[in-house]
Design a protein around this ligand. Structure first.
Ligand SMILES: NC(=O)c1ccc[n+]([C@@H]2O[C@H](COP(=O)([O-])OP(=O)(O)OC[C@H]3O[C@@H](n4cnc5c(N)ncnc54)[C@H](OP(=O)(O)O)[C@@H]3O)[C@@H](O)[C@H]2O)c1
Length: 327
C-alpha cells in the first residue's frame, strides 16, 4: 500500500485508510465480529490508517476499534475525534471548551484501550469557543503525550489559520468526492499553504457513487442516509444520472465505480488521502486496489465533465446541519 505524508507534519499514513463509522451506526446493521475481521484484513493488506470518533455509536465504535487493534497497536495509525455531545436520538450539541477537550480525550483513550491517539481531530468547530482556546487545550494533550498529531474536521479557512498559530495542524478531514467538491473553493489551497494534509471523508459519496443503490428502498429504515437530501425523492433519481456516467467511465477503464471515485481523489494531489468506510472484506480489498488505478489527463478531463462542481442535487447534510460545516 502506498504511504502518503499528511502535510508538513511528517505523519505518514496509508493512501487508502478505513473509515470505521458504519461498523457501529448510521448505515444500517453491522456484525461486530465481521467488522473486526475487516479491520484485521485491512491491517494485513497495508490499510493501516483507521478512522473513528467518540460520537460513532456513542462510544461503541471506539470500543470496537480498540478491541480489534489490541494486539496490533504498532501496525495502526489511529485517528479519532471529539466535539459532538450527543443527546436523545440524533440530537447533538457541539462543544469545544478546554475542559471538554481534556475529558473527551481521556474517555476516548479509555474506550480505545490506548495510551496515545495518533491523530486527534476536533469534529466540528464550536462557534461559541475561540478556536485558539480549543486548539490550546489540544496542544496540551500533545505535551502530555496523550496525542501525537492534531487535526480539524470541516473547518473553514480563517479557523485553520488561527488554529495553526497555536499548534501545527496535521490534517483537515472534510467531505470530498466526485459529488462533493466544495474543498476546491479555497480549502485545499489553504491546506497546502499552511502545510496541512487533507483527509477526504465519505469519498464514495456515502456509498452512492459506487452504483450500489438504485432506490431509497435499498437502505434500511433506520439508515441515516434517508435524512440526507441527496438520497431523497427526485434528488436520488437525478443523482443516479451522475452515477451511471461514472460507471460507464469506470467500465471503460476496467475498474469499479468505487475504485474510479477513490483514484480520482488520490489524483487531486499527493497530500490527499481517503478513508472509505466498509463492513465487507471484499469491498475493503476493492477499495484498496484503487491505489493502482492510474488516470490519464484525458480520464481526469472526462471526470471533470461528468462530475463538475455542484453536480449533485441536494445538500450534503440536512439543512439544519449545513451551518456546522466550513466555519
Ligand atoms: N469528519 C466527519 O464529519 C465525517 C463524516 C462522515 C464520515 N466520516 C468518516 O469517513 C469514513 C468514510 O465515510 P462514509 O462511511 O460516510 O462514506 P463512504 O466511505 O463514502 O461510503 C461508505 C458506504 O459505501 C459502501 N461501500 C464501501 N465500499 C464500497 C464498494 N467498493 N462498493 C460498494 N459499496 C461500498 C459502504 O457499505 P458497506 O459497509 O456495506 O461496505 C457504506 O455504505 C467514515 O467511516 C468515518 O470514519 C467522517
Amino acid at each position: 500500500m502506498q504511504q502518503r505524508k499528511l502535510g508538513k507534519s511528517g505523519l505518514r499514513v496509508s493512501a487508502v485508510g478505513l473509515g470505521c463509522m458504519g461498523m457501529s451506526e448510521f448505515y444500517g446493521g453491522a456484525d461486530e465480529r465481521e467488522s473486526i475481521c475487516v479491520i484485521h484484513r485491512a491491517l494485513d493488506i497495508g490499510v493501516t490508517f483507521l478512522d473513528t470518533a467518540d460520537m460513532y455509536g456513542r462510544g461503541e465504535n471506539e470500543m470496537l476499534v480498540g478491541r480489534a487493534i489490541a494486539d496490533r497497536r504498532d501496525q495502526v495509525t489511529l485517528a479519532t475525534k471529539f466535539g459532538f455531545v450527543r443527546g436523545e436520538g440524533q440530537h447533538r450539541e457541539i462543544c469545544g471548551t478546554p475542559r471538554h477537550v481534556k475529558n473527551a480525550c481521556d474517555a476516548s483513550l479509555q474506550r480505545l484501550g490506548l495510551d496515545t491517539i495518533d491523530l486527534y481531530y476536533q469534529h466540528r468547530v464550536d462557534p461559541n469557543v475561540p478556536i485558539e482556546e480549543t486548539v490550546g487545550a489540544m496542544k496540551e494533550l500533545v505535551e502530555a503525550g496523550k496525542v501525537r498529531y492534531l487535526g480539524l474536521s470541516e473547518a473553514g479557512v480563517e479557523t485553520m489559520r488561527k488554529a495553526c498559530s497555536i499548534h501545527p495542524i496535521t490534517a483537515l478531514q472534510t467531505e470530498y468526492s466526485l459529488w462533493s467538491r466544495d474543498p476546491e473553493d479555497g480549502i485545499l489551497d489553504t491546506c497546502r499553504e499552511l502545510g496541512i494534509g487533507f483527509v477526504a471523508y465519505s469519498p464514495l459519496g456515502r456509498g452512492f457513487l459506487t452504483g450500489r443503490f438504485k432506490s431509497v428502498d435499498d437502505l434500511d429504515q433506520d439508515d441515516w442516509r434517508r435524512q440526507n437530501p441527496r438520497f431523497q425523492g427526485e434528488n436520488f433519481q437525478k443523482n443516479l444520472d451522475l452515477v451511471k456516467k461514472v460507471e460507464t467511465l469506470a467500465a471503460q477503464k476496467g475498474v469499479s465505480a468505487a475504485q474510479l471515485a477513490l483514484s480520482w481523489l488520490m489524483h487531486c494531489g499527493d497530500d490527499v488521502v481517503t478513508i472509505p468506510g466498509t463492513r465487507s472484506i471484499r469491498r475493503l480489498e476493492e477499495n484498496a486496489g484503487a491505489v493502482d488505478v492510474k488516470l490519464t489527463q484525458d480520464d481526469l478531463r472526462e471526470l471533470d465533465e461528468v462530475a463538475p462542481k455542484g453536480v449533485a442535487v441536494g445538500t450534503r447534510y440536512p439543512e439544519q446541519y449545513m451551518g456546522q460545516v466550513g466555519r
